[in-house]
Structures are given as structure tokens and as C-alpha cells.
Ligand binder design. Structure first.
Ligand SMILES: *[C@@H]1O[C@H](CO)[C@@H](O)[C@H](O)[C@H]1NC(C)=O
Ligand SMILES: *[C@@H]1O[C@H](CO)[C@@H](O)[C@H](O)[C@H]1NC(C)=O
Ligand SMILES: *[C@@H]1O[C@H](CO)[C@@H](O)[C@H](O)[C@H]1NC(C)=O
Ligand SMILES: *[C@@H]1O[C@H](CO)[C@@H](O)[C@H](O)[C@H]1NC(C)=O
Ligand SMILES: *[C@@H]1O[C@H](CO)[C@@H](O)[C@H](O)[C@H]1NC(C)=O
Ligand SMILES: *[C@@H]1O[C@H](CO)[C@@H](O)[C@H](O)[C@H]1NC(C)=O
Ligand SMILES: *[C@@H]1O[C@H](CO)[C@@H](O)[C@H](O)[C@H]1NC(C)=O
Ligand SMILES: *[C@@H]1O[C@H](CO)[C@@H](O)[C@H](O)[C@H]1NC(C)=O
Length: 766
């Protein structure tokens, strides 16, 4: 009977067990060695036989046998006969079986080898030999001498389905461990007493502890955080029922800070249904909020899934679909076709072909707030009733270009202001405090600080006085009476822009010209904002709307006015010393960025960005097993990203993100901005009503205003997908955490509000 190969299962894994290989080590051939030899032959096992420890070791090292059977009878005989007269057997003893066993154990490949000692038969009247020294030498099994071929076959077969198969399965674990080491989620395995048995690489990274520090520790003590009090019970309850738990879990890192993770805790059930271990899998929140866009509760797919969504967004420009289809078709195409398609892609991705889809495609029918936002921010069409009176808003009190107070320099800034300014490179920077301390001139002060940090004066070859004059002129042209769109908003966007420019990825990609252009664009991007939306200006036939043909009315005005103010007087002209080429590039870049803040083109800019930028960075994150290849890929991608076209896309996305970063600020700031914008929009609605103009955003009516609801809709509609993509570009976990917390805050507020409404209705009804 020939032994065939087997497929065996190890959990869900399929393994293949080959015919067993056996190494026989016998000092001399006798009936016993023959017995094994013939047994192996009959069973179809591969078999080698050697007579000396040296050749045994050599053969073992080349073939790495599953089983090594070593003749240990002489060894036994030796100890046995030490006090009796030496028998003829000892003289035939040629080697020390235990020493050989130890040598084999010392080799690297021995972990999966079964070592069998053949010992002498003990006769009925003899006391059985203790096997302690054999175990100590490394044998795991003993065979009592029996030369019968049947007995030898039984032994070999038992080994094959028993220990050899187990070791094959254990060997497979190495692959599983490797896989765990290379996933991005933090994985932890604990026993039922919560002692940590295993943590992977990612776990060490996020927790700040090394695996040595963690193994054997009580996991509950490590992550004690008050924030988990409620979840701990919920987890416990789920575990008791053998169910897995999923939710937000706070992990305290070695550094002491506590961060929220999306966590799954899974009980591992043994065959009898009792729990043997717990597995916890955590992923960082920075990863996604993408599900929010669906209007469902927050759920947290892993980053990969999120990005797949980001560039196959539910709200998808047709061109993105086309590109995806071509990408897919390329995979199975012959080289020439694939190359031709590459050309097609190149054209598609760089030309102005991205047709903005109809706004009604993305306006959720059942969400009036989102509809309002779409109408109010994205569409230019006059809607609903038209008013009879077309009163022109006066274009404006001529622009102030004379600095309102004498210029001073950074060194003259008072200390309390400087204390706030010195935190300018941190995300928690307190812009509201700056607004207060500078008596409503945050832009001049923050501008001075940030522009000097980025060497703007040096780049432009101008004096600090000229810069201060310019900043004062720009700030003076923001309307202090606006609730939201005043110079504090400009300073806030400038701050966020500088923060993004500081990110490592941006430092790799941008040159100083990009930096200077982006900082200037941020400072001027809403200058002379009338606290009304484009739709309003179009509806009232404002002269700016007429001037710019209803196209990106305000954005055109901000960009245009910036240059008019700048060139009005030598003392404020920060571009006066640029050569004409540099000026042209600078001007183009500033205009492009300011125009990009028009929300009408939001999805177009976002899909271009994800198609050309995030998708490629994303690809790298996927396969980074080979470090060198990864670095090489990274360098080519960085070179590609640094092309003029790509830098343009990134700068557009940067100012867009900076412009709407309010929901990612610390809660107190986030709230302040939310109230300011709501007030400004409500004032617009007031005016629309009093003048009989169409109401553009009916949700921003004081009678029905629900700020939490508006914030949630805004986040769902515009923020989530965009910052997912931006996070992939420049890694901003801190911001994404704020977004999460703020979202939770607004959600709570909304629920509270609904409860109040319900209960007050209840009172009314009774
Ligand atoms: C050991 O056995 C294998 C096949 O099982 C054979 O190819 C090889 O030549 C043998 N080696 C020695 C040293 O006998
Ligand atoms: C050797 O094994 C054979 C087959 O299993 C068995 O019949 C026989 O009794 C064994 N001999 C001794 C001495 O145990
Ligand atoms: C994969 O795991 C190995 C071994 O633990 C580790 O050294 C390596 O850095 C990991 N690679 C990645 C890309 O995570
Ligand atoms: C944290 O606590 C949970 C729930 O008690 C536990 O399942 C998990 O293993 C703990 N992890 C760490 C690292 O402390
Ligand atoms: C969106 O939500 C609906 C239910 O509200 C669900 O059926 C659908 O699968 C969700 N889509 C995605 C992409 O999550
Ligand atoms: C800086 O501008 C001055 C004129 O104000 C000019 O004379 C000088 O050459 C410029 N320096 C550089 C390096 O361009
Ligand atoms: C901006 O508007 C707010 C009111 O919402 C006001 O408190 C603040 O002083 C204004 N800032 C500037 C610089 O005008
Ligand atoms: C932009 O960057 C992507 C990704 O690195 C690259 O594939 C593409 O060719 C670049 N586009 C241009 C116009 O350089």
C-alpha cells in the first residue's frame, strides 16, 4: 500500500502534507533498522539510513526530515551495564544517541522535526527505564525495540497523523504571525484573565510600548481610561454571550495621552464553546468618516476601503467613472493597448474635461439642510420667486488702501500677543484670543509672524514695512461688521494653510514660490466679502454679479481686488521687486487658488485630487512589504506629484481644506465658527425676506435654525470625503480626531434638541 499525499485543514487554512520523510540512525544495520526500512518502503515514505552521527547530521541538514529515529539501545545498555560486567553489546556501541539528539536540536530547522529514540525491550521482570534523560536530550517519543515490520509501520503511521501533522500545522502559524505583523490594525490577543499573549507591530507602534513590556501584563490595567467606563460594561456583556463587540475604545499610550480607536473585541471560542482567548483589533480614527456621507451613523471602514470610496465616490463625476473603467480594462490588455490607454488617461487627467455634474444629482431629496447647502453654496441659478424690486447693493464705499495705523514690525508686537503668536505652528493655535488681544487685527499680526517664518520678505525682496503696509491694507478691506467673513476668518485660513505647508509631504513637494503664493492666497481669499453668498448677489443683480457674469462672482472679486489693492501704491506693492516671469507665475497661482474656494466646483476639485494624487499615494500604502522597492516607488511618485499640474491640484485642495477647516478645530473654536456662520447666513435670510428676494437657504432662518443639524449636514456633504483624501496626502490624525469628537458633539446636541422638541410637543398635546 503506497501512502498518498494529503490535504489537511488547519482552521480555515488548507495545508498539503507530503509523504513523510524519515531518517534512520543506527550504529549498525540489524533486524530493527531493517524493520523500519521495510515499513517506510511499504508506506511510500522517503527514507535515509546512516550509521554515524556525522553523516546523520549532514543528511539531516540537506533533507530536513520530518522524523529522525535514533538507535538509543546502546546508550541504554551502557548505563544499564555499568555495574555489571561489560557485555558484548557495548562494544558495538558506536555513538551517543543523546548527544546526536542534542546536536540536531541545536540546528535551526529542528523545530518541526520529531525525534524518536529506540530503546531496548525491558523484559517482564525488569523495571522500566526512566526516560527523563531522553526527554532532556530533546527526544519527544520513545519506541521500544520491536523488529516486526507491522509494529514499525504502526509506529510510523501514528507519527504521521499525529506529531508530524501537528508540527506542519504549527509551521503554518509562522505565516499567520507574519501576516499579523504586517497589517495596519493594532492586534492584541489576551487570555481569559486578560493577560496579554500577543501584540503585533502596529500595536507596539500605536501604544508606544514594546511587545516585551506588554506580554504577560494585565491588559485592563494598561488601558484604564475613564472614557471607557460605559463601553467596558458593554464589552463585558458581549463577551459573556460569546458575541463580538465593536465601537470606540480609548487607548492610553505609553506617552500618557489617550486616543480613540475604532475597536473590535472578539472572543475566541474553543471546540466546547467556552472562551479561550480574546482578540482585539483596533484601527485609528484618522482613517475615515466616509460612511457619514451616506447619512447613516458613523461607522468606520478601514482606511483602504475609505479611499476606495474616496475615488469611487458615490457622488462621482462621470470622468472618474471613465478613468476607473479604463484602469480596470488595462489590467487584462496587451501591452500596446495598455500603453495607448495610458495616453488616454493622461489626457483625461490633465485636461479640463471634468464636467461638473448636475447639482441635483448630489442633493439628497430627504435632507432639506443639505439641499440648502447645495443651493446656497454650489448653484448659481436664481430659484423660486423673483422679486419685483431689483435694488442694487451699492458696490461699496471705495476700498480703503491707506494703512489705518502706522506700521510696526514683529519685534514691536506686545508680549501677550507674542505669547499667542508663538504657538502659530500648532493646530490648537487660539485665533479667537488673537482677535481679542489685537483689537480685531489678527491678520496683520499672524501674517507678520507666519510670513516671516516662511521667509516671504526675503523671497519677494521687500522690506518688512512694505509687508506690514500690505497686510494692513488687506485687513482693512475685510469688513469688521461681518459675523463670519471678517479678517479673523482670513487669519484662520492663513493659519491652516501654514500648518499644511509645514507637513512633511508638503515640504517634499512645494518650493518657496508655492509657499509664498499659498500664504498670500489664504490671506486675501475673502477680501471685501459682503457677508452674502454668490446666489444672493446673483439674485439681487449686484453689480459684481453683472461684472463677472454670475460666474464665481465673489471669488473673482477677491482675487481681482487683491491685485488692485496691491498695485495701487508702491508702499504696499509686495510684488514690485519680482521679475516678470516670477510675477506671472505668482499671480497665476494666487488667482487659481482663490478661485478654487468657490464651492460650486467642490466635487470637481475633489475628484481631480483623488484621481491624480491620493490614488497613487494610496497604492503605495497597499504594498510596502519590500522596503527598498517602496522607497524607489515613493521617490518616483514624489517626483510625479511635484509636477506643475499636480502641485496646482494640491494647492487648490490645500486652500479648500483650510477654508472649511472649522469642523476640525478644537471644539470651542468649532462652536464659535458655527455660531458666526449661522448668524451671517441668518442675516442674509432676514434681508432676503425683507426685500422680497428669493430665500436661498431656508434652513438658516431664525425661526427654524438648528445649528447641530446644519453642521452635521455640512460635514457629511463636504468635509468627510475631502479630509479623508487630504489625510492620505499629508497625514493629519490630530485633525481627524477633532472632527470625530466635534461630529459626536453635534450629534449629541441634535439628539438633545429632538428630545426637547418631542417632550415639549408632548406637553402641548396633553
Ligand atoms: C535520502 O533519500 C532521498 C530520497 O528519499 C534520496 O534522494 C537521497 O539520495 C538519500 N540520501 C542519502 C545520503 O542516502
Ligand atoms: C512486536 O509487534 C508485533 C506487532 O504489533 C506484536 O505482535 C508483538 O507482540 C510485538 N513483540 C513484542 C515482544 O512486544
Ligand atoms: C512586516 O513584519 C516584519 C516582521 O515583524 C517587520 O520587520 C516589517 O517591518 C513589517 N513590514 C511592514 C511593511 O509592516
Ligand atoms: C483594554 O480593555 C479591554 C476591555 O477590558 C480589553 O479587552 C483589552 O484587551 C484591553 N487592552 C489593553 C491594551 O489594555
Ligand atoms: C447607505 O445606507 C443605506 C441604508 O441607509 C445602505 O443600504 C447602503 O448600503 C449604504 N451604502 C453605503 C455605500 O454604505
Ligand atoms: C532687491 O530689490 C532691489 C530694489 O529694491 C534691487 O536693487 C535688488 O537688486 C534686488 N535684489 C535681488 C536679489 O533681486
Ligand atoms: C468678526 O466677527 C465677530 C462676530 O462674529 C467679532 O466678534 C469679531 O470681532 C470680528 N473680527 C474682526 C477682526 O472684525
Ligand atoms: C501627477 O501625479 C501622479 C501620481 O504620482 C502621476 O501619475 C501623474 O502623471 C502626475 N501628473 C502630471 C501631469 O505630472
Amino acid at each position: 500500500m503506497k501512502n498518498l499525499e494529503h490535504d489537511i485543514k488547519f482552521g480555515p487554512m488548507l495545508l498539503h502534507q507530503k509523504a513523510m520523510s524519515v531518517l534512520l540512525v543506527f550504529g549498525r544495520e540489524d533486524r530493527q533498522s531493517d524493520g523500519f526500512w521495510w515499513a517506510a518502503e511499504k508506506l511510500g515514505y522517503r527514507c535515509n539510513i546512516t550509521s554515524s552521527p556525522e553523516t546523520a547530521l549532514e543528511t539531516y541538514l540537506t533533507h530536513n526530515h520530518d522524523t529522525v529515529i535514533i538507535d538509543a539501545r546502546q546508550t541504554t545498555t551502557n548505563t544499564n551495564s555499568s555495574n555489571s560486567s561489560s557485555s558484548s553489546k557495548t562494544t558495538t556501541s558506536t555513538f551517543d544517541a543523546e548527544a546526536l539528539c542534542r546536536s540536531i536540536k541545536a540546528t535551526k530547522c529542528s523545530e518541526n522535526t520529531v525525534l524518536v529514540a529506540v530503546t531496548s525491550r525491558t523484559s517482564a521482570d525488569q523495571e522500566e527505564q526512566p526516560i527523563f534523560s531522553l526527554i532532556k536530550a530533546g527526544f519527544t517519543r520513545r519506541y521500544e525495540e520491536n523488529a516486526s515490520v507491522t509494529a514499525c509501520m504502526n509506529e510510523l503511521q501514528t507519527l504521521e497523523v499525529g506529531e508530524v501533522r501537528c508540527r506542519l500545522q504549527l509551521k503554518a502559524c509562522a505565516a499567520l504571525f507574519q501576516a499579523l505583523e504586517n497589517v495596519s490594525e493594532a492586534v492584541e490577543v489576551t487570555n481569559t484573565d486578560h493577560e496579554i499573549q500577543f501584540v503585533n507591530h502596529a500595536y507596539e507602534r500605536v501604544s508606544g510600548y514594546s511587545s516585551e513590556e506588554l506580554l504577560g501584563r494585565d491588559s485592563n490595567h494598561l488601558n484604564k481610561s475613564d472614557k471607557n467606563r460605559d463601553t467596558a460594561e458593554s464589552i463585558h456583556g458581549h463577551m459573556k454571550k460569546g458575541k463580538h463587540w465593536e465601537g470606540t475604545y480609548y487607548t492610553r499610550r505609553k506617552s500618557g495621552d489617550t486616543i480613540p480607536f475604532h475597536c473590535k473585541v472578539i472572543p475566541v471560542l474553543g471546540p466546547t464553546g467556552s472562551i479561550s482567548q480574546y482578540v482585539s483589533v483596533r484601527s485609528q480614527f484618522s482613517d475615515t468618516y466616509s460612511q457619514v456621507a451616506n447619512g447613516s451613523m458613523m461607522s468606520f471602514p478601514r482606511r483602504r476601503e475609505s479611499v476606495v470610496r474616496a475615488h469611487s465616490m458615490t457622488i462621482e463625476a462621470p470622468i472618474t467613472k471613465v478613468i476607473n473603467i479604463i484602469n480596470a480594462a488595462q489590467e487584462n490588455s496587451p501591452l500596446t493597448v495598455a500603453q495607448a490607454l495610458d495616453k488616454v488617461l493622461e489626457i483625461l487627467q490633465t485636461s479640463e474635461l471634468y464636467s461638473p455634474f448636475q447639482t441635483q444629482d448630489i442633493r439628497p431629496d430627504d435632507d432639506p439642510v443639505a439641499s440648502d447647502l447645495v443651493d446656497g453654496l454650489m448653484s448659481q441659478n436664481v430659484k423660486r420667486k423673483l422679486s419685483g424690486h431689483d435694488i442694487q447693493r451699492s458696490s461699496h464705499h471705495g476700498h480703503s488702501h491707506i494703512p489705518s495705523s502706522p506700521a510696526y514690525t514683529l519685534s514691536q508686537v506686545p508680549e501677550p500677543v507674542m505669547n499667542v503668536l508663538n504657538l502659530d505652528s500648532s493646530w490648537d493655535f487660539d485665533i479667537i484670543a488673537l482677535e481679542r488681544l489685537t483689537n480685531k487685527r489678527p491678520l496683520v499680526h499672524l501674517g507678520l509672524k507666519i510670513f516671516s517664518r516662511f521667509g516671504v520678505c526675503e523671497y519677494l525682496n521687500i522690506s518688512e514695512t512694505c509687508l506690514v503696509n500690505w497686510l494692513q491694507t488687506i485687513e482693512a478691506n475685510y469688513h469688521a461688521k461681518n459675523y463670519y467673513h471678517n479678517s479673523t476668518h482670513a487669519a484662520d485660513v492663513l493659519h491652516a494653510t501654514a500648518y499644511f505647508l509645514d507637513k512633511e509631504r508638503s515640504r517634499e513637494i512645494f518650493d518657496q514660490q508655492d509657499q509664498v503664493a499659498s500664504l498670500i492666497a489664504a490671506a486675501v481669499h475673502d477680501v471685501d466679502h459682503p457677508a452674502r453668498t454668490n446666489a444672493f448677489l446673483i439674485n439681487e443683480k449686484h453689480q459684481l454679479a453683472i461684472l463677472y457674469n454670475d460666474q464665481a462672482v465673489l471669488e473673482n472679486h477677491h482675487a481681482s481686488l487683491c491685485f488692485r489693492l496691491t498695485h495701487k501704491d508702491q508702499s504696499v506693492d509686495i510684488f514690485k521687486n519680482l521679475n516678470s516671469d516670477d510675477y506671472k507665475t505668482m499671480r497665476q497661482s494666487i488667482i487659481d487658488q482663490v478661485l478654487a474656494t468657490d464651492m460650486k466646483q467642490h466635487f470637481e476639485h475633489l475628484s481631480k485630487f483623488t484621481t491624480s494624487i491620493t490614488k497613487h499615494l494610496q497604492k503605495l500604502e497597499g504594498d510596502n512589504t519590500d522596503v527598498e522597492a517602496h522607497e524607489a516607488d515613493m521617490n518616483t511618485i514624489l517626483t510625479d506629484l511635484s509636477s506643475h499640474e499636480n502641485r496646482t491640484l494640491i494647492k487648490r485642495m490645500m486652500i479648500k481644506c483650510a477654508d472649511v477647516s472649522n469642523p476640525l478645530r478644537p471644539l470651542s473654536q468649532c462652536k464659535e465658527w458655527a455660531y458666526r456662520i449661522a448668524e451671517e447666513y441668518c442675516q442674509q435670510t432676514d434681508e432676503e425676506k425683507s426685500r422680497g428676494l428669493p430665500v436661498v437657504m431656508a434652513q438658516f432662518d431664525r425661526k427654524v435654525l438648528n445649528i447641530p443639524k446644519c453642521q452635521l449636514a455640512f460635514i457629511n456633504l463636504f468635509i468627510t470625503n475631502m479630509f479623508d483624501a487630504w489625510d492620505i496626502y499629508c497625514d493629519i490624525p490630530e485633525l481627524m480626531n477633532h472632527l470625530q469628537l466635534n461630529y459626536d458633539y453635534w450629534k449629541d446636541q441634535q439628539e438633545l434638541k429632538e428630545k426637547e422638541q418631542k417632550s415639549s410637543q408632548g406637553v402641548d398635546n396633553s
